[in-house]
Design a protein around this ligand. Structure first.
Ligand code: ARG
Length: 466
């Protein structure tokens, strides 16, 4: 039996050439960490400048290094750079090419540095940039909601609890609930940026270095507020990635709730909204259908984003300090969550901007199901001085009577209502109409159009400054 055949039998298939091929496949991260090329080169240039300024390397070598790195950047950007799996990751791919280009000076770049602090700084830079992208996208979505809210500050719709029509609210008020939710997401992004704004570069492998480096200089050059204070923590920390995934998962959850509402509202049974053709598809077999695919995909992709958070939490939970190769598993979750969230935010902003609101259908639904029963009870308390529990009981009898007569509450006659409580007067009809019910809820944060408009004004100013 030839050697080749023996190894084929042992390892089979893709790994026919044996342990070396298996190790290369499990060890390499270049297929995904090449995404960090710009950050890697930026970090290396900043490091080399600091090495030259502190006299650790010569200015001439630094110039060669920087020139070589800029050449590599261009090669990657135009697509002529050859990535090699054998060279494992982006750091070694770039360094090997630098050596081809400038010779021995390339070997000085890695002085007082390790791939452990290098990868930590690269990923931090990438996540920080992504956080700024998410913040901008969130501002776009919030602005879309503010516009719809303004347009529909007085458009009545049923408000739901338990998915049962509860009390009338306005569509503008409903939109503003999402403004609150996405603004919290925005503040989570800002908080996360604040905490991740520290540079791990210069921690070297884990213990710091005996070279007289200046970590404040590299931190500043890379746009970080300051260097991280503990070298062990610098290379072992992945909180910034976890926080990004956590805020992404919470934001995705908000988007998913919205997607679910859009799906329900756009059914012919509800008919509250109509999605534009750009964000829906027809059925290949049922010509009457218009499917809310984009919303369904937003709802579906939420599982994936949350999965990435849970995935990285599981990777990190068993890690003793400091670096371990397990941490190479941090990148794909972060990249995929970022790409997915960016797309979800873009799709949702488009849907909110483009959807047609059917105010008549909303109003009709708001008036059904005796939605103003609470208003009747409140009127009995306010005007006749009934204790609320008793008013609730009287209202229950009025609802039963309306059901018996197959009419809505506001269509009962004054005589009908007086047969339940003789104190009731004509004035009751001023609260039984949905429009009046909504107008009367002027408590802070309530659904009255006047209140909703106040909130819109406040948020418009805040978002302009955010
Ligand atoms: N590719 C590695 C990662 O993504 C880079 C750091 C490697 N460090 C090491 N000591 N092997 O985490």
């Amino acid at each position: 039996m030839s050697d080749k055949k023996a190894s084929n039998q042992m390892w089979g298939g893709r790994f026919a050439s044996g342990p070396a091929a298996i190790m290369e496949a499990i060890n390499a991260s270049i297929s995904f960490d090449r995404k960090l090329y710009a950050q890697d080169i930026r970090g290396s240039i900043a490091h080399s400048e600091m090495l030259a300024q502190t006299g650790i390397i010569s200015a001439a070598d630094q110039e060669k290094i920087a020139h070589g790195l800029n050449t590599i950047l261009k090669e990657i950007e135009v697509g002529t750079f050859e990535f090699s799996t054998r060279l494992e990751d982006i750091h070694m791919n770039v360094e090997a090419r630098l050596s081809d280009l400038i010779g021995s000076a390339a070997g000085r770049l890695h002085t007082a540095r390790s791939r452990n602090d290098q990868v930590a700084v690269d990923l931090r830079l990438w996540v920080k940039d992504e956080c700024f992208r998410v913040a901008e996208a969130l501002k776009g979505l919030i602005s879309a909601f503010l516009e719809r809210a303004e347009e529909h500050a007085a458009t009545v719709m049923p408000g739901f609890t338990h998915m049962q029509a509860a009390q009338p609210v306005t569509f503008g008020h409903h939109c503003m609930a999402y403004v609150e939710m996405f603004s919290r997401d925005l503040s989570r992004v800002r908080d996360a940026i604040e905490r991740m704004d520290e540079s791990p570069l210069g921690a070297a492998a884990l213990a710091g270095t005996s070279f007289p480096i200046d970590r404040h200089q590299t931190a500043k050059a890379l746009g970080f507020r300051e260097p991280m204070r503990n070298s062990l923590d610098s290379v072992s920390d992945r909180d910034f990635a976890l926080e990004f995934l956590a805020l992404a998962a919470i934001c995705a959850t908000h988007l998913s709730r919205l997607a679910e509402e859009i799906i329900i509202w756009s059914t012919p049974q509800f008919g509250f909204i109509r999605l534009s053709d750009s964000f829906s598809t027809g059925s290949s077999i049922m010509p009457q259908k218009k499917n809310p695919d984009a919303a369904e995909l937003v709802r579906g992709k939420t599982g994936r984003v949350t999965g990435h958070l849970v995935g990285l939490l599981m990777v990190m939970k068993g890690m003793p300090l400091t670096y371990g190769k397990d941490m190479q598993e941090d990148k794909e979750s972060v990249f995929d969550a970022a790409e997915t969230l960016d797309l979800m935010l873009a799709a949702m902003t488009g849907m909110v901007r483009d959807m047609t609101v059917n105010a008549a259908a909303m109003k009709k639904a708001a008036g059904s199901g005796h939605a103003t029963a609470t208003d009747l009870a409140d009127w009995l308390v306010r005007t006749l001085g009934l204790p609320f529990r008793e008013a609730h009981h009287v209202t229950g009898r009025a609802v039963a009577l309306a059901e018996e007569k197959k009419v809505s509450l506001e269509k009962l006659s004054l005589e009908d209502l007086q047969s339940i409580n003789p104190g009731i007067t004509q004035d009751i009809f001023s609260v039984l109409a949905v429009q009046n019910s909504v107008k009367s809820r002027t408590s802070f944060g309530g659904t009255a159009p006047s209140e909703v408009r106040k909130q819109i004004r406040t948020w418009k100013k805040r978002i302009a400054k955010a």
